[in-house]
Design a protein around this ligand. Structure first.
Ligand code: ADP
Ligand code: MG
Length: 628
């Protein structure tokens, strides 16, 4: 086949929406993580910060629970149900994004859920009574972050930047964008996680060179090598282990706890308690050298209730060490020596473990950058990029990303002709000319593939279409120009045109496991229908927060002024508190609010006495003043 190579000018990056003077756009950055997700925005001081929930927590667990009658819980309350209701609670859905059933089953072992292939091969997860796609599950997490941000920023969001791992392919990126659409968010740009981390450190500002981004999260390890030069952030190489992270460190402590209790067949509740405790111990050991802990179960004493950092580090050394050969391979892939690096950035909660820092420092022979909170750094960088894309902040330099994998076309004999090679800066458009190989051929099949393998059947198939209506000509006479256009999010449009007749076909590449537009429309309709349920969930949340505030205040009052009450009265106050606490465990906002008012009435006498006491104190104070 006769192939002419022809590279067109890269498409101009579309400028962000115009904004008049003083009209800042309300935009945020979102780190949609495997175990935790966060949202960040730029404050009045021009610095990004993560937006906390009512309890001051910045991260929400990326967990969604599907309860009876279509109820949905997201974040901490969902995570609490993970052990008791694994079949109706979905964690780490990011691992399923843009993947087919076969692919998921091949990658992971036993799953707590049944998966089925939906339309177009897309996965549906059976979760309790719900049948949901990974896109919908992710959308629930995004919605939660959206509410939080809109509450904090005082209005509807006008755009978001969402981060994705550098190795995410077209299907996974498209799925992430679809999730945002379902959540009612406008995506300004998808941004690679390591690039976001580099931006958060301001590495875009006059720091040319090579950087390694070492990201150890809850369940995954990623290492990326970034090259910064003249406004170009290029992912040189990536590597990782999708089954290595903080969860494994927790597991080491869990095993130790169970061994200490001499339990071989623990029940799920006990395991849950041990996991929670293990995570607490591990996180405390990052700042303390020794931790003494409460028993997970008083019925099973543990002879030694202290764990030293030294013992912990010895125990998990091999686990952490597993990241080092991966780093070495990535450097080797890129043909770079560790000392050629300009810097190493730490990302992910697990890089707070001192042993991790030491090993990284030793391997790369330099102290890593740790000034920014490693849990937040990706979200902070995304917020920064959102601000630039919204036109709120002038771009110090144009941030260009690159294609993570080559995009090609299948040619005769299962071969691949690469049209956009990997690491091409995006947005880009490239074209190649093909011709017919048979006399009188009137149609040509275009098979779009992604990957680095030589055979089309070994690459990922993205789309197929046919260019029809080619006038019959002798073999080799037709001139068919195939153009691949990749937008700033890394998404592809392919068109084919027969030059002599102008016959044209084009398709926006819908990855094999993506959603059809109809499906997205359905989901949006659904989302609107469920608007009421979302509202109820929010009211419930607010009621719980208020109740917890009241309970905390009552506890403090009992601590400080409990002596004002006799035994019966103390009992009365505690009963009111208990009743309210029980209501917070239920699902009814009205019931909680009602108990809050009732408790207010039932404990008014106590409040009155406390007021009298503080008045008295104040008066005494004044007298002293007066006489002084
Ligand atoms: P992901 O990117 O996988 O969604 P994160 O980057 O937020 O997740 O990392 C979560 C992991 O970080 C959890 O395993 C958590 O226990 C761990 N982690 C958080 N804080 C600390 C700490 N102070 N010390 C050790 N590990 C921590
Ligand atoms: Mg992460």
């Amino acid at each position: 086949m006769d192939i002419l190579l022809d590279i067109m000018e890269p498409g101009q990056s579309p400028l962000p929406h115009e904004s008049g003077p003083g009209s800042r756009k309300r935009v945020v950055g979102i780190d949609l993580g495997t175990t935790f997700s966060l949202v960040a925005a730029i404050g009045i001081d021009g610095n990004p910060s993560c937006i906390p929930d009512e309890n001051g927590d910045q991260a929400i667990p990326s967990v969604v629970h599907y309860g009876p009658k279509g109820s949905v819980l997201v974040g901490w309350p969902a995570r609490e149900r993970l052990v008791q209701h694994p079949e109706s609670t979905i964690a780490s859905v990011k691992r399923y994004m843009g993947r087919g059933v076969e692919e998921i089953l091949n990658r992971s072992g036993a799953l707590p859920h049944t998966l089925e292939a939906g339309e177009g091969g897309m996965v549906r997860i059976l979760a309790g009574e719900a049948r949901v796609s990974p896109v919908e599950v992710s959308a629930e997490i995004l919605k939660q972050l959206k509410y939080r941000a809109e509450e904090a920023l005082g209005g509807k969001l006008q755009g978001v930047v969402i981060t994705v791992p550098a190795y995410f392919d077209d299907a996974q990126r498209q799925a992430t964008k679809d999730a945002a659409r379902v959540a009612g968010l406008e995506v300004l740009r998808l941004l690679n996680e390591p690039t976001a981390a580099a931006l958060a450190y301001g590495l875009d500002k006059g720091h040319e060179g090579l950087y390694a981004i070492y990201d150890l999260g809850g369940g995954t390890f990623d290492i990326s090598l970034l090259k910064l030069e003249k406004g170009l952030f290029q992912v040189m190489a990536t590597g990782g282990d999708s089954a290595l992270g903080g969860d494994d460190l927790d597991q080491w402590i869990v095993d130790r706890l169970l061994a200490g209790m001499e339990i071989t067949h623990p029940d799920p509740t006990l395991i849950q308690k041990c996991r929670k405790l293990a995570r607490e111990i591990k996180e405390r050991l990052s700042s303390e050298t020794e931790v003494t802990f409460e028993l997970p179960d008083p019925a099973h004493p543990i002879p030694n209730r202290t764990l030293t950092r030294a013992t912990f580090e010895e125990g998990v050394r091999d686990l952490v060490w597993r990241t080092i050969p991966i780093c070495r391979r990535v450097l080797k892939d890129a043909g770079v020596a560790p000392d050629a690096l300009q810097g190493v950035v730490l990302v992910g909660g697990s890089t707070r473990v001192p042993l991790v820092r030491r090993m990284v420092a030793e391997f790369f022979a330099r102290e890593p950058l740790v000034d920014l909170d490693p849990d937040q750094v990706v979200a902070l960088g995304a917020a920064h990029q959102a601000e630039v894309l919204a036109g709120n902040e002038p771009a110090e330099m144009l941030l260009l990303d690159v294609t993570p994998l080559s995009l090609g076309i299948e040619t005769m004999g299962d071969l691949v002709e690469k049209i956009v090679p990997r690491n091409t800066p995006i947005p880009t458009a490239r074209a190649q000319e093909f011709t017919t190989f048979k006399d009188g051929q009137t149609a040509m099949a275009v098979h779009v593939v992604q990957g680095e393998r030589e055979l089309a059947s070994q690459c990922r198939s993205l789309a197929r279409f046919e260019l029809r209506g080619i006038p019959p000509m002798t073999a080799g006479a037709a001139r068919i120009r195939v153009t691949y256009q990749v937008d700033a999010d890394g998404l592809l449009t392919v068109s084919a045109r027969e030059e002599t007749t102008g016959v044209e076909q084009s398709i926006a590449v819908k990855p094999s496991y993506g959603l059809t537009d109809d499906e997205i429309a359905d989901m949006l309709r659904d989302a609107m229908r469920h608007g009421e349920a979302d509202m109820l969930a929010r009211l419930l949340n607010e009621a719980r927060v208020e109740a917890n505030r009241v309970l905390a205040a009552a506890e403090a009052a009992l601590r400080e002024d409990g002596d004002l009450l006799n035994e019966t009265e103390t009992h009365q106050v505690k009963t009111a508190m208990l009743t309210l606490w029980e209501a917070t465990q239920g699902e009814s906002a009205d019931a909680i609010n009602e108990r809050v008012s009732r408790m207010d009435v039932q404990t008014r006498f106590f409040a009155q006495r406390r007021m009298d006491r503080s008045l008295q104190k104040a008066m005494t104070g004044r007298k002293v003043d007066d006489f002084g």
